[in-house]
Write a protein that binds this ligand. Structure first.
Ligand SMILES: [Zn+2]
Length: 549
């Protein structure tokens, strides 16, 4: 059978199914993992190799208008990193914001087969979807920005909670999103209205509204839960990057009151110290809270030294950073649906703040009791490119290497952290958790992140090597939905990957509330706004579970 495949002799790391380095066959047929295949099926001998489910990146920025704008204004980033057309592969450029084709191929090279774009304003959804269709290999989806939506916030301030819930469900359907994203909740109003200002704590009144960031956060956590979305509210907290912001982060987590919530790039939200002064590490306070509260999950947003590109819905933040770097900067609002700022950046070892950020990210990984709820990301390309993942994995697995690296960076910063006191080394099984099983589970993707019967046949095979950076830098084999995509380090096929989204039910009567808002404020007609099903070829609706707790 052409589509049948048997992988033999490999050490399998499949944490969801409690398989930790056991040598066992993995069988594949028609794009799925199966119990057995016919004796004449094609065989891959994985002797001396490690077999894992395909990697799942639950927070990155790889498609949409902000990503495309970053590509356009960073020609110098692409010029020295050109991927020519080779065999089945299409050409592109790399750098911190690779072109669409190159993004997909480079994720596959690292053994990743799923990637979620983490911030899309509804008006950018159609564009994002088109670009994701052009991003090969990986399955993908995106999170829709709803925490600064004027129409939704007007319903919320008036206490119209039923309509708010229906309207959120309408917006998720209209944008074909996978999850609800909150960025700097409530911060766009002062940014737009009172030159370059922002909200500073969860209980501050949002200018122009009888509303606070806390009410928005609570409402969107509730709605994610009520609608049974597979992934909970995905929260970029207020005060990103500011000294002392850990208090805001703790307060945001408490606002969940036991309901599920995901705090993204939590490294950027774990700083002590006084506002405007040098930050300190509060990684242990943040870790203690998450260790004790299993309703909260996070991805780290590790900073890696070298080039990065800041791209965020947190427009006031990029304004602050831009005033430090005096480099290029774009602020790109989308009809006031969200903020957006983009600028090039470089993390440098000798700079106190950058070294502190690097160390705090590592502390957060190493202090997590439950790696299922503290998963790997660099907030690509904000903390650095996803191409840094192999080096980051080595930093977690090899304490000698980590201590050597820590010796090369700003020592005042390292002294403010507990990094040198931590001897933990991640095992291969723990790496499999933070890079595939954990993110898949947090996303509610039941058929991903594992190799049990019925799972998607997304499989990566690495050569087992002492140097973990080299090991994870180039997968020997990558199988995507049963298609052998990388064979003995050679790309041997092209593959589009599927688009993943949710479609929660809502009462169509809510349109009579939303439509007048469009007529008053939008430049686009209501009828032309929603992304219709024609755009979703090769898509898969992931079911919602009403009354999920
Ligand atoms: Zn992000």
């Amino acid at each position: 059978m052409a589509s049948a495949l048997r992988i033999i002799n490999g050490k399998v790391h499949d944490p969801i199914n409690n398989i930790d380095g056991e040598i066992k066959d993995i069988c594949i047929q028609n794009g799925k993992i199966v119990a057995d295949v016919p004796a004449d099926a094609r065989t891959i001998d994985a002797q001396g190799m490690v077999v894992m489910p395909g990697g799942v990146d639950m927070h990155c920025h790889i498609a949409g208008h902000k990503v495309n704008m970053a590509r356009k204004f960073l020609p110098e980033d692409h010029r020295h990193d050109i991927s020519p057309r080779v065999g089945d592969l299409r050409s592109g450029t790399g750098g911190t914001v690779p072109s669409t084709f190159t993004t997909g191929y480079r994720y596959a090279t690292l053994g990743y087969t799923t990637a979620m774009e983490a911030a899309v304003p509804p008006l950018g959804a159609r564009h994002t979807l088109e670009e994701l269709h052009d991003t090969p290999v990986v399955d993908k989806g995106y999170y829709v920005l709803l925490a600064n939506n004027v129409c939704l916030n007007q319903l919320l301030e008036k206490g119209r909670h039923e309509e708010f819930r229906e309207a959120v469900a309408w917006w998720i359907n209209a944008s074909k999103a996978y999850a609800i994203k909150l960025v700097n909740p409530g911060g766009d109003e002062p940014w737009k209205g009172n030159k370059n200002s922002n909200v500073h704590n969860l209980d501050e009144q949002i200018s122009g509204f009888n509303l606070t960031p806390r009410k928005i956060i609570k409402a969107l956590i509730d709605v994610s839960n009520d609608l049974g979305l597979p992934h909970p509210a995905h929260i970029h907290c207020n005060n990103l990057g500011h000294s002392g912001n850990y208090a805001t982060t703790l307060e945001t987590m408490r606002t969940a009151e036991g309901r599920r919530a995901h705090i993204t790039h939590i490294q950027f939200h774990s700083y002590g110290g006084e506002v405007g002064k040098n930050a300190t590490s509060k990684a242990s306070d943040i870790s203690d809270y998450i260790n004790a509260n299993d309703n909260i999950s996070a991805d780290v947003g590790q900073v890696m030294f070298g080039k990065a590109t800041i791209m965020t819905g947190d427009a006031p933040l990029t304004w602050v950073l831009r005033n430090m770097t005096h480099d290029k900067w774009v602020n790109a609002d989308t009809e006031c649906e969200s903020g957006c700022g983009i600028m090039p950046f470089a993390y440098q070892e000798h700079i106190y703040t950058h070294a502190l950020q690097w160390a705090i990210g590592l502390e957060l990984f190493l202090l997590a009791n439950d790696p299922w709820r503290m998963v790997l990301s660099t907030d690509h390309p904000n903390g650095g490119s996803f191409e840094n993942y192999p080096k980051l994995i080595r930093l977690l697995m090899d304490k000698q290497f980590r201590k050597e690296q820590a010796g090369r960076v700003n020592q005042k910063a390292i002294a403010k952290t507990a990094l040198l006191d931590i001897d933990r080394e991640f095992t291969l099984q723990e790496i499999a958790i933070i890079t595939r099983a954990g993110p898949a589970r947090l996303l509610g993707l039941d058929s991903k992140g594992h190799l049990g019967v019925g799972a998607d046949a997304d499989v990566t095979i690495y050569d087992q090597m002492e140097d973990k950076e080299a090991m994870f830098n180039a997968a020997r084999y990558v199988i995507k939905s049963g298609v052998l995509f990388i064979n003995n380090h050679e790309f041997c096929a092209d593959y589009e990957g599927r688009f993943l989204y949710v479609a929660p039910e809502y009462d169509a009567a809510i349109e009579t509330t939303i439509k007048p808002f469009f007529e008053d404020y939008y430049s686009i007609q209501f009828e032309n706004y929603a992304v219709d099903d024609r755009y979703v070829h090769g898509g898969e609706v992931i079911p919602t579970h009403i009354n999920a707790s």
